[in-house]
Design a binder for this molecule. Structure first.
Ligand code: NAD
Length: 255
């Protein structure tokens, strides 16, 4: 028996990077995992990797900005498995623009996916949590909800605003969902090489050097580093933790 045996998890943005790592870890620890992504083919790939490793998973398409698609994904999950335990709000994105270059379209896209998406998906999970009268949510925040990390001399103001919102939204959702015995927390990763920053090669020597001068643990993070913390916060070992944001950043925020 593993810590998530028999439980059902719904992970957004599970087609890539950190979300895929979270889905795979939860699957390996016994959960049945709904792998949800805008990109259906990649969600199915994640589900297949979980099943190939002996787990149970579904690959589903949904856009966290689009209630109808999210509702359909919850319904497909409920049809497959008659319980609901965990929600991981991981879908997110960034665009690299200085304040001067930033467009309303970029602002709206990043705020809609990163912040409004957490609200939409969590609200649509309420019927399942109300029925279960237990459960846990983890939201993906970032060290950039705490400090501004300049890249090429510029902040990403829309991204900072969206994730600062996620940090506070996490507390508000924790208050709202406490009536159903559901805990809500966030993790704040430092830099993790994924498809997230296509313009920035986190493994290039120059970038790596700049990063490592801040990191206390002398390496970049991996999706599984983040997944380990998410799995803990979802688990009963964290049953006395709600409304918190846990840095998982190799010590980035310490200096
Ligand atoms: P990624 O780009 O590798 O994966 C993100 C996934 O989300 C993709 O599969 C994408 O298709 C999906 N997605 C995007 N928009 C969506 C939408 N509207 N609906 C559903 N799915 C959508 O990125 P990642 O690095 O794995 O990032 C995952 C989360 O971690 C994000 O919230 C990000 O802000 C956060 N984060 C990442 C880093 C990092 O360094 N990589 C650091 C801190 C926080």
């Amino acid at each position: 028996e593993q810590r998530h045996t028999g439980r059902v998890a719904f992970v957004t943005g599970a087609g890539s990077g950190i979300g895929r790592g979270i889905a795979r870890r939860l699957g390996a620890e016994g959960a049945r995992v709904a792998c949800v992504d805008l990109d259906h083919a990649r969600a199915v790939e994640t589900a297949k990797a979980i099943e190939d490793a002996g787990g149970t998973a579904l690959g589903l398409a949904a856009d966290v900005r689009d209630r109808a698609t999210v509702k359909a994904a919850f319904e497909a999950t409920a049809t497959a498995w008659d319980r609901f335990d965990y929600l991981v709000n991981n879908a997110g994105l960034i665009t690299m623009s200085s304040l001067e270059e930033l467009t309303d379209e970029e602002w709206d896209l990043v705020l809609d996916v990163n912040l409004k998406g957490v609200y939409v998906v969590t609200q649509l999970a309420i019927p399942y949590f109300r029925e279960a009268q237990r459960g846990a949510v983890v939201n993906l925040s970032t060290v950039e909800a705490e400090v501004v990390v300049s890249s090429q001399g510029f902040a990403q103001v829309h991204y900072n605003a969206s994730k600062g919102g996620v940090k506070m939204l996490t507390k508000a959702l924790a208050v709202e969902l406490a009536r159903h015995q559901v805990r809500v927390n966030a993790v704040a990763p430092g830099p993790v090489p994924t498809n997230f920053l296509p313009g920035l090669d986190l493994n290039s020597p120059e970038v790596l050097e700049a990063m490592q001068s801040r990191l206390l643990v002398q390496r970049l993070g991996t999706p599984d580093d983040i997944a380990a913390a998410v799995s803990f916060l979802l688990s009963d070992d964290a049953s006395y933790i709600s409304g918190a944001q846990l840095p998982v950043d190799g010590g980035w925020l310490a200096r």
